[in-house]
Design a protein around this ligand. Structure first.
Ligand code: NAP
Length: 213
C-alpha cells in the first residue's frame, strides 16, 4: 500500500517507521521539507517537497499535524485525495494542553466537510507517539480505537492498526471521533498535569465486539 504521511513529528515519524517495517511504500512531507528528508532517511521512506506531491496516488493519507493546520493542508491536497482514505490522528488541544479547543464537530468531521467525498477515518489519536512502533504497556497490548462512516475504509484502517500491533476497536461512525478526541485529552492532561512519563495507554476490558468496519 502507498501511504502518504503529512507531518514528520512524533506521530508522523512513529507511523512512518511502523508502516515501512510492514513493507508499505511510505512518502513523507512536512512544513520544512528538510525535516521530512531527515525522517525519511532515518526510517527508510521517501520524502516529497509538498503535501500535494506526497498525497498524489496514495491509498492512505495521514494528517499527522496540529489540528490547526488541517484546513490549510486540505486546500492543498483536495484534488489528490478523492480516492484515498484520509486518516486523522489529530487532537485539537490548547497549545499548553490545558483543554480541548472549542468546536461542535470533531476534527475528523471537519476534515470530512473540508474534503467532500473523501473517506475519513479517525485513528491513532488515543495512542501516545512512543507506542506506535511497540504498542505494549506492562505486557498488555494497547487498543487502537477508530471511527468512520465508510465500512471498507474502516476495514482497511483496522488492518493497518492490527498489523502495527494494536488491538483495533471500531467505535462507530465518524461522529464518534468526538469521544476519541476527549479520550485522548484525558490521558494527555493526566500526564501533563502530574508530570508523568507519557507511558500510559488505553485498554478496554471485556467484550468489545468484532474489529471490522
Ligand atoms: N505526540 C503524541 O503522542 C500524539 C499522539 C496522538 C495524536 N497526536 C496528535 O497528532 C498530531 C501530530 O502530533 P505530533 O506530536 O506528531 O506533532 P509534532 O511533533 O509537533 O509534529 C507536527 C508535524 O506537523 C508538521 N506540520 C505542521 N504544519 C504543517 C503544514 N502546514 N504542512 C505540512 N506539515 C505541517 C510539522 O512540520 P515541521 O517538522 O516542518 O515543523 C511537523 O512535522 C497532533 O494533532 C497531535 O495532537 C499526538
Amino acid at each position: 500500500m502507498r501511504i502518504a504521511i503529512i507531518g514528520t513529528g512524533t506521530v508522523g515519524s512513529g507511523l512512518a517507521r511502523a508502516a515501512v517495517s510492514l513493507g508499505h511504500d511510505v512518502v513523507l512531507t512536512a512544513q520544512h521539507p528538510e525535516h521530512a528528508t531527515k525522517v525519511a532517511e532515518d526510517v527508510g521512506a521517501r520524502a516529497a517537497a509538498t503535501a500535494a506531491e506526497a498525497a498524489k496516488g496514495a491509498d492512505m493519507v495521514v494528517l499527522a499535524v496540529p489540528s490547526t493546520a488541517v484546513a490549510g493542508i486540505s486546500d492543498k491536497i483536495r484534488r489528490e485525495v478523492e480516492r484515498a482514505i484520509v486518516i486523522d490522528p489529530t487532537n485539537p488541544l490548547e497549545p499548553d494542553l490545558s483543554g480541548v479547543l472549542e468546536s461542535t464537530l470533531s476534527v475528523a468531521e471537519e476534515i470530512a466537510v473540508l474534503l467532500p467525498g473523501t473517506r475519513v477515518v479517525k485513528a491513532f489519536n488515543t495512542v501516545f507517539g512512543g507506542f506506535l512502533t511497540q504498542p505494549v504497556v506492562d505486557g498488555v497490548q494497547l487498543d487502537g480505537f477508530y471511527a468512520g462512516d465508510d465500512a471498507a475504509a474502516k476495514t482497511a484502517v483496522a488492518e493497518l492498526v492490527a498489523a502495527m500491533g494494536l488491538r483495533p476497536i471500531d467505535v462507530g461512525a465518524l461522529r464518534a471521533a468526538r469521544s476519541l478526541e476527549h479520550m485522548a485529552f484525558l490521558n494527555i492532561s493526566l500526564n501533563a498535569r502530574k508530570g508523568l512519563s507519557w507511558s500510559s495507554g488505553w485498554k478496554l476490558l471485556g467484550d468489545v465486539g468484532e474489529p471490522a468496519g
